[in-house]
Design a protein around this ligand. Sequence first.
Ligand code: NAD
Length: 246
Amino acid sequence: DMTGRRALVTGGASGIGLACARAFAARGAAVTIADFNEEAAHRAADEVSGTAWVVDLSDTESLDDLELDVDVIVNNAGIQRVSPLEDFPPDAFRLIQDLMLVSPFLLIRAALPGMYERGWGRIVNLSSVHGLRASPFKSAYVAAKHGLEGLSKVTALEGGPHGVTSNCINPGYVRTPLVEKQIADQARVHGIPESEVVEKVMLTESAVKRLVEPSEVASLACWLASDDAGMVTGASYTMDGGWSAR
Ligand code: NAD
């Protein structure tokens, strides 16, 4: 039950974030959708009877002085870029660090004083199996997710005495627009037809041969945000069909 909890979900207008927003709202939380897709953010906020915060989270300097009064943060907004290192556009690398590592830091930083005052808080970081394992052609994403793992652990250590937990969720490939957009890029860099990407690139390491559903990720986020998970912190929960068991 999340009645009375205020939850901020970044990238909440689509995919995993939207699934988390729906699941939190269904449990009674007041949800804010932070997303730079204005139309989709308002649509999602209306659907969950929540609030839209239209914001470009890669514009990190605008977040330096933020104060955030929330009980739960889901750091979820993210993008992917697939390219060999020697061709990787430097601006794209920086953008990914800003959006997926610097902005989570700034949102956590902005929310902790209020959480400490109330003695309760939950930080849920959408990492990835790529927070724990690497794949070729994803240097920026893998670097940002590995960084997020470190940020999450430090948050856990500092927040522990104040009732604030911080954890990562590490999914394999989830059925979302982010993955659908990636199929053409993967076909190009691996030199195979698009029809073969899911089986030959995305599911090779997974023992369970299907994509993860966004609602499955949201269910884990709900548990991590619950009182029951109060002793769970600094952890990284895989939901990768067995990928990281290899
Ligand atoms: P998605 O593309 O469906 O949704 C991402 C959302 O983030 C979109 O609503 C988009 O508008 C928003 N966003 C992007 N850039 C933004 C910016 N600069 N400012 C504000 N909002 C911005 O993606 P998804 O697949 O649901 O992924 C969500 C998270 O889960 C990401 O961090 C991703 O790395 C992680 N993840 C995804 C998968 C997967 O297979 N889909 C697997 C592991 C981890």
